[in-house]
Design a protein around this ligand. Structure first.
Ligand SMILES: Cc1ncc(COP(=O)(O)O)c(C=O)c1O
Length: 334
């Protein structure tokens, strides 16, 4: 089906491959075939799911005369790192509002943020949570006074503009499902700010992809994501009224947050290590590790019964592994 997409700037290496995980299927499949959509390969510093959204967000920024992107996230936010590099590639300034005290030491995504030349402002957790809207406004006014124009990009790039990234990914998967002989599938993704899930949920309907989309939440709870994904889809409809009515409803798999956002149980670290060993695929402890753990556990409980194929969206996050290296336990190093 041909869709009238808004303009995008080509930043991501797409289409990303869709692979069958043969050894993971043998190990955990219980009659299902396990597939991975390798969105960790959308780029190096621009890796993961965020760059798909940024293709549309950056085009919107440039077309509307913005010269600066302000966005926000955790200290190790993949979205902030991807925005910093998208800005550097396109000649846009980037200002990151980060949650938490500055750690002093630069590692993982935070190091990359500085390398890409982003301006970094850190705020204590409480202030970040309570005053986020004001902080965006304050910095926008600051740039305004300097004669500049700053676009406020929401957490994770998740809104009706960013949603196009995963609508486009569904178009890719349509072709790939046909080539792979996938007649019906469950698509499973980590959900953190809801935009990937919103794009997939809308995209499945718009491209008539034979699939049900599930978001495994890595923070908050089921109701939060039902509301957030619906709000992003609502924003999509509001901004692009010519789109066909979107009736698809979000599905959330709750129960895998563990002790909290970015805090993974030892079992998640063990699973990450096992998958790396048997498939050469590296997940992260903040997003994809928890989501994949949820996927496997839901196979066991029979949630996906009746449909053979399960497609896991590998949304990236590699740089989030390094700051959490202490979570892995290996036999004594020789
Ligand atoms: C690696 C990774 N996977 C998944 C997600 C979740 O995507 P979204 O924010 O669109 O829900 C994020 C960001 O939040 C991420 O960085």
């Amino acid at each position: 089906m041909s869709l009238d997409y808004p303009r995008r700037i080509n930043l991501a290496q797409t289409p990303t491959p869709l692979h069958c995980l043969q050894r993971a299927t043998d190990r955990w499949g219980r009659g299902h075939r396990l597939w991975v959509k390798r969105d960790d390969l959308t780029g190096c510093t621009l890796s993961g799911n965020k760059v798909r959204k940024l293709e549309f967000i950056c085009a919107h920024a440039i077309d509307n005369g913005y010269d600066t992107l302000i966005t926000c996230g955790g200290l190790q936010s993949n979205h902030c790192r991807a925005t910093a590099f998208a800005g550097a590639q396109l000649g846009l300034s980037v200002h990151l509002l980060l949650r938490g005290e500055h750690p002093g030491q630069l590692e993982g995504n935070l190091l990359l943020d500085y390398l890409a030349g982003a301006t970094v402002s850190c705020y204590p957790r409480q202030q970040y949570a309570q005053e986020q809207a004001r902080l965006f406004e304050q910095w926008q006014a600051h740039y305004d006074q300097l004669g500049r124009k700053a676009l406020a990009v929401p957490t994770g790039g998740s809104d009706g503009i960013g949603a196009w990234g995963y609508i486009a990914a569904c178009e890719e998967m349509h072709t790939q499902f046909e080539a792979a002989g996938i007649a019906q599938a469950h698509i499973v993704t980590a959900t953190g700010s809801g935009g990937t899930q919103a794009g997939l949920t809308a995209g499945v309907q718009l491209h008539q992809l034979p699939a049900t989309v599930w978001g495994v939440n890595v923070c908050d709870d089921e109701q939060y994501f039902l509301d957030k994904v619906a709000a992003d889809i609502g924003d999509l409809r509001r901004r692009y009224p010519a789109l066909a009515p979107l009736t698809a409803r979000p599905n959330v798999i709750d129960g895998y947050v563990g002790k909290g956002y970015a805090v993974a149980d030892p079992a998640v670290f063990d699973l990450i290590a096992e998958l790396a060993r048997i498939e050469g695929l590296v997940l992260d402890p903040v997003y994809t590790g928890k989501a994949f753990a949820g996927l496997l556990s839901e196979i066991e409980s029979g949630r996906f019964d009746g449909v053979e194929d399960i497609v896991f969206i590998h949304t990236g996050g590699l740089f989030g592994v390094f700051p959490q290296h202490r979570g892995f336990s290996f036999p004594a190093i020789q």
